[in-house]
Ligand binder design. Structure first.
Ligand code: ATP
Ligand code: MG
Length: 239
């Protein structure tokens, strides 16, 4: 049994099919990469997995149980957390307070939430930033805060949506190290990333989608060498 399974998931917005007949499984313990050109439907896949939208068709199973139709907070409590491509911290709270808000999904006690937030900010190496107002963080740190907030909910499966976008080379290396550390702590990871070097290095398996549909799935090498994938990124002339 896969940790996460999508079976024929379709999501339409009016006449637009953002995701079509998507079927794949993420196995416990792996880092699974999701790639595809802009507008391919990657973020929409995350939005239906975490309950932001109900799928128009299809089923989503987490740990063998249906989660499609559940609310995001219910899915989060079952152990599935995500980060957002467009980061939106609570700007007038500190970094630590932002992470505590997430930790309240796991506890009703302030001291416990604080302990969990201290742990998550240490894990993401944000100790020096804890008392800063989230609204004043540079982009790299806002991206990292997203990871700390997701980790504070104690996920078994973490969905990362373009956590490397806009980072400088040093921040990219640091974020790779943090993602690896999260993975080594036992968290399964499903990651969307445009930086090919990053996604090829850290993923064990990849799925490439285009116009809402799967066009290739396999090892990073298999997917990168697939002519349909090359065509999706570069146009037919290069395939
Ligand atoms: N709430 C919405 N209402 C209407 N259309 C939407 C909505 N959300 C996404 N879409 C459309 O669905 C398609 C897929 O968008 P999505 O954001 O999932 O792509 P993506 O692969 O994440 O792209 P990017 O790499 O640019 O982040 C796009 O055509 C987008 O305009
Ligand atoms: Mg996206």
């Amino acid at each position: 049994m896969s940790l996460l399974e999508l079976k024929g998931v379709t999501k339409r917005f009016g006449g637009l099919q953002a995701v079509g007949h998507m079927t794949f499984g993420v196995e416990k313990g792996e880092i699974f990469g999701l790639i595809g050109p802009n507008g391919a439907g990657k973020t929409t896949v995350f939005n239906v997995i975490n309950g932001f939208y109900a799928p128009s068709e299809g089923e989503i199973l987490f740990k063998g149980e249906r989660i499609d139709g559940l609310k995001p907070y219910e899915i989060c409590r079952r152990g599935l957390a995500r980060t957002f491509q467009v980061v939106k911290p609570l700007a007038r709270l500190t970094v630590l307070e932002n992470v505590m808000v997430s930790a309240f999904s796991r506890t009703d006690h302030r001291h416990e939430a604080r302990a969990m937030a201290l742990e998550a900010t240490a894990f993401t190496e944000m100790e020096a930033w804890r008392d800063r107002m989230a609204g004043s963080l540079p982009l790299g740190m806002r991206k990292r805060l997203e990871m700390a907030r997701a980790l504070a909910t104690k996920p078994e499966l973490l969905l990362l949506d373009e956590n490397f976008a806009g980072l400088n080379p040093a921040e990219v290396e640091k974020t790779i190290a943090i993602v690896r550390k999260i993975h080594e702590s036992g968290v399964t990871i499903l990651i969307i990333e445009h930086n090919m070097r990053v996604i090829m290095t850290i993923s064990q398996r990849l799925l490439c989608m285009c116009y809402g549909e799967k066009i290739s799935e396999g090892t990073p090498q298999e997917v990168a060498n697939n002519p349909s994938v090359i065509e999706a990124y570069l146009g037919a002339a290069h395939a």
